[in-house]
Ligand binder design. Structure first.
Ligand SMILES: [Zn+2]
Length: 501
């Protein structure tokens, strides 16, 4: 047992969408004293790079499994499931969920993402830790998959609703799972109020206090999602307010253990965000753009066999979009047409597709092609061959090293997205300041959002305190590294070391 060997407990707190600059502001104004202390006592970077798309389901799967979407299989917030001939929607917005079918969205979000969409070949850190005898616990987090069956408890309003809609199924998680009002292995008095934004962080800390009181964990994933919703509504500049709220919840957990000194004597702590946020000034109608070029698009809940004059399925998801060609026999003819139709719009930043075993990325007239190779090395030490205009991804080469200021870790992230079977044939991102309207017509104009390769969406925060061996001088961080940090801390071997090729 890890505890018997004197390894400290570990808490990983994920503050959804926390922008590093906003954390700096919160710390400077005295609004985040606990996070400030953790930074001071450990090491931190504001350049821990998210997945691509930089969207929560994808990033959360990357954090828990240490792999990219090409391996873990969770492709986006909204995607087209070719096998089932339907859109999968993890709840991108309520109007979108109504078009997808609310019950179907809840099943995708709570059950199927863990049991069906997340690949069984990429174990989560919950699974690897439990297998090694480490007691793992999780508050409401999108990815919770583990070896223990948890019965549906159906407490509170959310639980009752789930029950009447036929969703009262078991879930498989770590030893301890307190998830909304759905699963509650500790039989806590905590209620999630149907997961109302602004109340979720409080529910997580309430759950953590119960776990502490019962000494029920060695590893705890403390999920603090309220910041993301706040930033979507109020914009990334307003994040210091929601970060202060998250800071208070973390402090509550630390206080419950007898204060900072007592807590850190027995714990290591990792705090991170899964992605960042950029400001939205304008909504962009991806569906309308394609329809204007005479493409027929499959509607939510429409079956392709019954649809007339439909060639595409399209999944706009914040600052990312996936376009699927529905008829494989027409792919060779239709793919270049979709690409050229999207490239002609000034508001589009990147159009990405696969061709002859290579990745292609275009921005307007400019184009770059690349594949794993040995001409260049990127910041994380991976080798690439590239041909065309490096500026498309803001890349500049110095002594064989490829670096991009605006699109960090772009080659690996784009490569992984293009190799993700469940993502479309053509991927597309809008220029900074724009967001695609979702199927419910929602964009966060005046607020914040994320999804693209751009650093403003992608550069997340990482704070590591008390894990023993310091990796302070690691040159380039990815949110995927957190999986390894967790397993390393408990001396458990990583099963998911997947090379990029
Ligand atoms: Zn978000």
């Amino acid at each position: 047992m890890a505890r018997a060997q004197g390894v400290k407990k570990l808490v990983v707190a994920v503050i959804d969408g926390m922008k590093p600059a906003a954390l700096q502001s919160a710390i400077a104004s005295g609004g985040a004293p606990t996070l400030a202390r953790l930074v001071r006592d450990g090491y931190a970077t504001g350049e821990c790079i998210s997945s691509f798309p930089s969207l929560t389901p994808v990033a959360t799967s990357t954090i828990t499994t240490g792999s990219g979407p090409d391996a873990h299989g969770v492709p986006s917030m909204h995607w087209y499931n070719r096998a089932e001939e339907r859109y999968v929607d993890y709840g991108i917005s309520f109007p979108s969920a109504r078009r997808s079918g609310v019950i179907s969205v809840l099943k995708d979000l709570i059950y199927r993402i863990n049991q069906e969409h997340l690949s069984s070949k990429t174990p989560t850190f919950f699974e690897s830790l439990e297998e090694a005898g480490v007691r793992a616990a999780c508050t409401t987090y999108m990815i919770y998959r583990g070896p223990h069956e948890h019965e549906f408890v159906g407490s509170g309003m959310g639980g009752r609703l789930a029950s009447v809609t036929g969703m009262s199924r078991s879930g498989w998680g770590p030893s301890e799972l307190i998830y909304g009002d759905i699963f509650d292995s500790q039989n806590t008095p905590c209620r999630s109020s149907f997961g109302v934004p602004g109340r979720r962080d409080q529910h997580a800390s309430c759950a953590a206090l119960e776990l502490i009181a019962n000494d029920a964990y060695d590893f705890l994933l403390l999920s603090l999602p309220d910041n993301d919703n706040y930033s979507h509504r109020m914009g990334p500049e307003a994040q210091p307010t929601s970060i202060a709220h998250a800071d208070t919840q973390i402090q509550k957990v630390i206080d419950a253990y007898g204060g900072y000194r007592a807590f850190m004597e027995d714990h290591a702590m990792i705090v991170l965000s899964d992605h960042s946020h950029s400001t939205v000034r304008e909504g962009l109608d991806l569906l309308g753009m394609l329809r204007a070029d005479d493409w027929g698009i499959l509607q939510p809940r429409q079956k392709p066999r019954k649809a007339k004059d439909v060639q595409l399925a399209v999944s706009p998801a914040a600052r990312f979009g996936a376009v699927y060609l529905l008829e494989p026999a027409h792919r060779a003819r239709e793919l270049p047409l979709v690409v050229s139709d999207l490239r002609k719009h000034d508001e589009i930043e990147h159009v990405l597709w696969r061709e002859n075993g290579e990745a292609a990325v275009a921005s307007g007239h400019d184009e770059l092609r690349f594949a794993p190779g040995d001409t260049y090395t990127d910041a994380r030490g991976r080798g690439w061959d590239a041909e065309g205009d490096l500026a498309v991804l803001g890349l500049h080469a110095a002594d064989g090293l490829l670096v991009s200021d605006h699109y960090p870790d772009a080659l690996t992230r784009a490569w992984q997205a293009l190799r993700t079977e469940r993502l479309g044939d053509v991927l597309v991102t809008p220029r900074l300041g724009r967001e695609f309207f979702d199927w419910g017509g929602v964009a966060h104009v005046g607020g914040g959002t994320h999804g693209s390769l751009h650093t403003d969406d992608s550069a997340a925060q990482l704070i590591v305190t008390g894990t023993g061996e310091s990796r302070e001088h690691q040159p380039a961080w990815s949110i995927a590294d957190v999986h390894e940090l967790v397993l390393e801390h408990f001396n458990v071997n990583s099963p998911n070391a997947t090379p990029v090729q």
